[in-house]
Design a protein around this ligand. Structure first.
Ligand code: SF4
Length: 317
C-alpha cells in the first residue's frame, strides 16, 4: 500500500518572522554583535546560525549593555514604548524588527483608548506581544485575558450585587495575532454578555493575522486527509505545540517534534498518509529533513514539494 506525505498548504516561517530574520541577519556582525531582547525565534538550529553571524540574545537591555553590546533589537513580537528610553539611557542603538501586523495592533489599542474604550487584549499575559500592546495602549485600563476570570470585573453590567465590579460602558477587545480564531470569537461572545447590558458597547477588533488564520485553516484541511500529523518546531515553540493540540482536537493523532530524530518508529506503523505542518519559526531546511527521513522509511514524497517563498507577497493589513 502506498503511504504518502502530505503538506499543509501554509506552514513554517510566517511573513513577520521571515522579515525580522532578514533584518536581523543583515544587521549581524561578529565584530559588532547585536543582541535581540528575548528570543528572536524558538528554533535552536537557527539561533546557532544567528550567533555565528553576530546576533545574540539577552533578556533585557540592561543585561545586554552590561555584556558590552552596542546595539540591541526588538523582536517581531514587538515591545512597549519604554524600550526606546531604556536604550538611550544605556547608550545603545535600538533596531526595531516588530512585525508591521503587530505594530498595527499597538496603534489600534492606542487609538481605542483615546476614544474612551477600556481595552481587553485576548492573549497570554506573559507574552511579549501582549505586554507590548498593553504598553502602547498607555493606560491602566488595558487588561490581558483569556477567560472572564482574568478581568478585574465580577459580572455583567446591570448586576444586582451592589459590591460587584462591573465593566465600564465602553470596552474594546483586540487579539494577540497568533490566537485561535474560533476560541477568540467564543471569548468575545462571553464578554459581550458582560458588557452589552444597560447601554454598554463592545467593539470587537479581530487582529489575528492572516498568516495565522490561513495556517489554522490549512491544518483543518490537512486533518481531513491524513492519519497522523507531525507538527515540526522547537520544543519551546508554543504555536507548534498548539498545532499538535489542534490536530488532536480534529481527531488525528498528532506529535510535536523538533527534528527527525524525535520520531519514534512505532508512530510510523500506520496504514495511511502522514501530514506535516510546522510552527511559525521553523525553517524550511528542518521541514525538508523530516520529509527526507520519512521518504527513507518508505513514504511517498509530497507531490507538490515545499512551497517557494514569495518575497513580494504581503499579508492583509
Ligand atoms: S504571526 Fe503574524 S503578526 Fe506574528 S510575526 Fe507572524 S505575521 Fe507577524
Amino acid at each position: 500500500m502506498i503511504r504518502r506525505i502530505k503538506l499543509a498548504h501554509e506552514m513554517g516561517y510566517c511573513w513577520g518572522v521571515r522579515r525580522a530574520l532578514d533584518i536581523i541577519s543583515e544587521a549581524g556582525d561578529p565584530a559588532d554583535p547585536v543582541a535581540t531582547i528575548g528570543d528572536v525565534i524558538h528554533n535552536p538550529q537557527v539561533v546557532d546560525r544567528l550567533r555565528a553571524g553576530g546576533v545574540d540574545t539577552r533578556e533585557t537591555i540592561s543585561t545586554a549593555a552590561q555584556a558590552g553590546f552596542q546595539r540591541v533589537a526588538i523582536t517581531a513580537h514587538g515591545a512597549g514604548p519604554h524600550m526606546a528610553n531604556e536604550a538611550s539611557e544605556h547608550g545603545v542603538a535600538l533596531l526595531d524588527t516588530t512585525c508591521p501586523l503587530v505594530t498595527k495592533v499597538q496603534r489600534m489599542a492606542q487609538k481605542l483608548v483615546n476614544q474612551g474604550y477600556s481595552i481587553v487584549v485576548y492573549g497570554d499575559s506573559y507574552h511579549p506581544e501582549v505586554k507590548g500592546i498593553i504598553g502602547w495602549s498607555g493606560t491602566t485600563r488595558a487588561y490581558a485575558a483569556k477567560k472572564l476570570e482574568d478581568l478585574p470585573w465580577d459580572g455583567p453590567r446591570g448586576s444586582k450585587d451592589p459590591d460587584a465590579e462591573i465593566p465600564p460602558r465602553k470596552v474594546a477587545i483586540v487579539s494577540q495575532t497568533t490566537k485561535n480564531t474560533d476560541e477568540f470569537l467564543a471569548f468575545c461572545n462571553k464578554l459581550s454578555a458582560w458588557v452589552l447590558p444597560e447601554g454598554g458597547e463592545l467593539r470587537i477588533c479581530n487582529t489575528i493575522c492572516e498568516p495565522t488564520y490561513t495556517r489554522q485553516n490549512a491544518l483543518k484541511d490537512l486533518a481531513r486527509e491524513v492519519d497522523m500529523i507531525l507538527a515540526i518546531g522547537g520544543k519551546k515553540s508554543s504555536n507548534t505545540a498548539r498545532l499538535a493540540e489542534v490536530g488532536e482536537q480534529l481527531g488525528v493523532t498528532s506529535y510535536h517534534i523538533e527534528r527527525p530524530e524525535d520520531i519514534q518508529w512505532e508512530w510510523l506503523d500506520i496504514d495511511g498518509d502522514v501530514g506535516i505542518t510546522a510552527g511559525a519559526s521553523t525553517p524550511d531546511d528542518v521541514i525538508a529533513s523530516v520529509i527526507d527521513y520519512l521518504v527513507e522509511r518508505g513514504f511517498e514524497p509530497p507531490e507538490e514539494g515545499l512551497r517557494d517563498y514569495d518575497p513580494e507577497a504581503t499579508p492583509a493589513f
